[in-house]
Design a binder for this molecule. Structure first.
Ligand code: PGA
Length: 320
């Protein structure tokens, strides 16, 4: 136990050294990290341009549901429940920054049929993963051209389950982010600290490291198509939601990193989702935070009523 802690701390510190190589200044000028500094009062800091960032809600179905018939039933249920504030229903009448973009990430075999079921309602589909090579002897893989050809507009990159269960590395995630953008699709880059990293108070170091490595070589122009999802791993699928102010503080920190890696314009324009046990009863509070632009939803996206309630969160002006 002690040995594994020592090893993981050592590898983190080594990795933090790598961050300086990739993006000098991100760590050194941002004091503190993790738990204590998340609650440093900066939660009140609001982004001047936040009103111009279009909300984006996404449902990650993971390895669910078991059959095509159930996937179709869920997709149809979601599409028919959406309300006034989604681009899905009112895209023509609302300006883009006000309506909510809605993306569903079904498992590969269901993507085409789910897209057919939801596209009339204005929802879009994405892929949970792919392999960065276009073709060849890669048994079991799915390529970027393949997912694009069945209508995927977004792709999840760096989800914690890919990082841990499938050992995706930051280098591999960087290849995927690049490939998604070159293919004309948009990555949702997931970052976030594990429970152990949270306990060690290094949330900010972890996020800075992942951002600098996963976005290495991505240009300012390409950043227009990048969405970031901050997902504390300890909150995913556990029912433990990160406090909305704490989550907002990490989002503010992510913008500080983007300012250093790019500039203030990119930092303020980039949409940042929160993910980790988002439910109908906590979404309004999360979305009321100035730097939270949407949610990446796992478990609650498998229930049409819950997901529709999350997508149709109460806007701050009417939530009180
Ligand atoms: P959860 O999953 O909403 O079930 O916590 C979130 C995610 O994995 O993106």
């Amino acid at each position: 136990m002690k040995l594994s802690f020592t090893l993981s701390l050592t590898s983190l510190l080594l990795a933090a050294g790598d961050v300086a190589a990739f993006a000098p200044g991100i760590i050194s000028s941002s004091s503190g990290g993790g738990r204590s500094s998340i609650s440093n009062g900066k939660s009140q800091q609001s982004s001047a341009l936040s009103a111009e960032r279009q909300p984006i809600m996404a449902g990650n179905w993971k390895l669910n549901p078991p059959t095509e018939a159930e996937a179709l039933a869920l997709a149809t249920d979601v599409a028919t429940r959406l309300g006034d504030e989604t681009c899905a229903i009112n895209g023509d009448e609302m300006d883009e920054a006000s309506c909510t973009e809605v993306v569903i990430f079904p498992p590969f075999p269901f993507i085409s049929k789910v897209r057919d079921a939801v596209q009339e309602a204005g929802l879009i589909v994405g892929a949970q993963n792919f392999y960065y090579q276009d073709s060849g002897a890669y048994t079991g893989s799915v390529s970027a051209p393949m997912i694009k050809s069945v209508g995927c507009e977004y792709v999840l990159c760096g989800h914690s389950e890919r990082r841990t269960v499938f050992t995706d590395t930051d280098q591999g995630i960087n290849l995927k982010v690049k490939k998604v953008l070159e293919s004309g699709m948009k990555p949702i880059l997931c970052i976030g600290e594990t429970q152990e990293e949270f306990d060690m108070d290094i949330t900010k170091e972890v996020c800075a490291m992942q951002l600098s490595k996963d976005l290495f070589g991505i240009t300012k122009e390409q950043m227009k198509d990048v969405v970031i999802a901050y997902e504390p791993v300890w909150a995913i699928g556990t029912g433990l939601v990160c406090g909305s102010k704490d989550a907002n503080n990490v989002h503010v920190f992510v913008r500080e990193c983007l300012t250093k890696m790019y500039d203030e314009e990119v930092a303020q324009a980039t949409r940042i989702q929160y993910g980790g046990s988002v439910k109908p009863d906590n979404v309004d509070e999360l979305m009321a935070m100035p730097d939270i632009d949407g949610c990446l939803v796992g478990g609650a996206s498998l229930d049409g009523e819950s997901f529709a309630r999350i997508v149709n969160y109460k806007r701050a002006s009417v939530a009180a």
